[in-house]
Ligand binder design. Structure first.
Ligand SMILES: Cc1cc2nc3c(=O)[nH]c(=O)nc-3n(C[C@H](O)[C@H](O)[C@H](O)COP(=O)(O)OP(=O)(O)OC[C@H]3O[C@@H](n4cnc5c(N)ncnc54)[C@H](O)[C@@H]3O)c2cc1C
Length: 303
C-alpha cells in the first residue's frame, strides 16, 4: 500500500476504527490468517462511500469483511485494506412486514428480531453466524430456506462508489451465490419482506433448527461451516466419509468426525493446513467417485 493511501486513511478514519497490520485470525471463525495491511471498521454510509470512491480512484485493492464466517485468509495475510462492516454498520428497523437492516447487522440477531415481531421467513437463518451483507452475497441458506426467498431489495455501492438499488431478480441468486459474489459491489442495506406469523411458532422453529445444528455439526471447533458446496445429486459430507477421510488430518486441520462436510481447526491450524486439507480431500473424492468438490469457503490472499 502506498503512502498516499496510508495518509488518506489516517486523515479520514478515526484512530479507534483504523488498525495497521491487523491479524486476521481475530476476524475469521476458522481462527487463522496472517496480517492485513490495514483494517477499517466502517461506521456509516458516508464513510463507506468516501473510502470506496477513493480506493477506486487510486486502484487500491480492498476486501469487504462481514463476520469472516465463510472466509479463509492466507497465513501471509492480505496486501490491501479490509473494510470491516460488522462492528459499526449494524442498524436494523422493523416497518410492518419488512425489516430493513444494514449490512453489518448479525443475521441470527435479525432472525430473533423477526421472530419477536411475529415475522416469519428467517427461521432458517437462526444459526448462520454471519452478517446480513455476507448472507446476501452468499445467498446463505439452510433447511430449505435461503436469502433469495426473503430479500426484496439490496442497496449497494458499485465499484466507483455510486449507490444502486437491486431488486430480488437483479440479484441473480443461485446456490450459495449472487450477482455480487463476483463483482466489487458493497452491500449497504437489505430490505426483507416477511410474512406475519405466530411469534411462539416462529421462535420454536428457529430453536429446532439450532438444536439440529448442535446435534449434527462440530460447533465446538472453529470452522467456516460447510467447507464445500453440495455437488448436484450428492452430499459433500457423505462423499468425504465414503472416501475414508473421516477424521483425516493435516497439521491442526481435520475433517470433522461428527460431520465430514466440515473442516475444523482442532488446535493451532495454519491457513495452509486448511487449504492443503481441502485440496487433498477434493482430489481423493475425485479419484474415487469422479465428483468435483468446489469450495464454499471464500479464500483471501496468496496460498
Ligand atoms: C458454524 C457455521 C455454520 C454455518 N452454517 C451455514 C449454513 O447453514 N448456511 C450457509 O449458507 N452458510 C453457513 N455458514 C457460512 C457463513 O456463516 C455464511 O456464508 C455467511 O452468510 C457469511 O457471512 P459473513 O458475514 O461471515 O461473510 P464473510 O465470511 O465475512 O464474507 C463472505 C463473502 O461475502 C463478502 N461480503 C461480506 N459482507 C459483504 C458486504 N457487505 N458487501 C459485499 N460483500 C460482502 C466477502 O467479501 C466474502 O466474499 C456457516 C458458518 C459457520 C462457521
Amino acid at each position: 500500500m502506498n503512502q498516499a493511501v496510508k495518509d488518506f486513511l489516517k486523515e479520514n478514519v478515526a484512530a479507534e476504527n483504523l488498525f495497521w497490520n491487523e491479524p486476521m485470525d481475530k476476524h475469521t471463525t476458522f481462527r487463522v490468517g496472517g496480517e492485513a495491511d490495514a483494517l477499517v471498521c466502517v461506521t456509516d454510509s458516508e464513510m463507506l462511500q468516501k473510502i470506496v470512491s477513493y480506493m477506486a480512484k487510486v486502484s487500491q485493492e480492498f476486501f469487504i469483511l462481514g463476520k469472516g464466517s465463510n472466509l479463509l485468509v492466507s497465513d501471509k495475510g492480505y496486501r490491501g485494506v479490509i473494510l470491516d462492516m460488522s462492528k459499526g454498520f449494524t442498524d436494523v428497523r422493523v416497518e410492518g412486514n419488512t425489516i430493513i437492516a444494514q449490512a453489518g447487522a448479525s443475521l441470527p440477531q435479525v432472525a430473533v428480531l423477526a421472530a419477536e415481531h411475529g415475522l416469519s421467513g428467517l427461521e432458517f437463518a437462526a444459526g448462520i453466524p454471519g452478517t446480513i451483507g455476507g448472507a446476501v452475497v452468499m445467498n446463505a441458506g439452510a433447511y430449505d430456506g435461503e436469502m433469495k426467498q426473503v430479500v426484496k431489495k439490496v442497496t449497494v455501492l458499485n465499484q466507483t462508489g455510486e449507490e444502486m438499488e437491486l431488486d430480488n431478480a437483479t440479484m441473480e441468486f443461485g446456490y450459495r451465490t449472487s450477482i455480487i459474489k463476483n463483482r466489487p459491489f458493497v452491500v449497504q442495506e437489505v430490505v426483507f419482506e416477511l410474512e406475519p406469523g405466530d411469534p411462539e411458532e416462529i421462535k420454536k422453529k428457529g430453536a429446532e433448527f439450532n438444536q439440529r445444528r448442535r446435534d449434527k455439526q462440530p460447533l465446538e471447533f472453529p470452522s467456516a461451516g460447510s467447507t464445500f458446496k453440495r455437488p448436484e445429486g450428492y452430499f459433500a459430507g457423505k462423499l468425504i466419509m465414503d472416501a475414508g477421510l473421516r477424521g483425516y488430518r493435516i497439521g491442526g486441520a481435520q475433517v470433522s468426525e461428527k460431520h465430514c462436510g466440515f473442516v475444523i481447526n482442532v488446535g493451532n491450524a495454519s491457513a495452509s493446513d486448511i487449504y492443503d486439507l481441502m485440496d487433498e480431500v477434493s482430489e481423493k473424492v475425485y479419484e474415487q467417485f469422479g465428483v468435483k468438490l468446489e469450495p464454499e469457503v471464500v479464500r483471501l490472499g496468496q496460498f
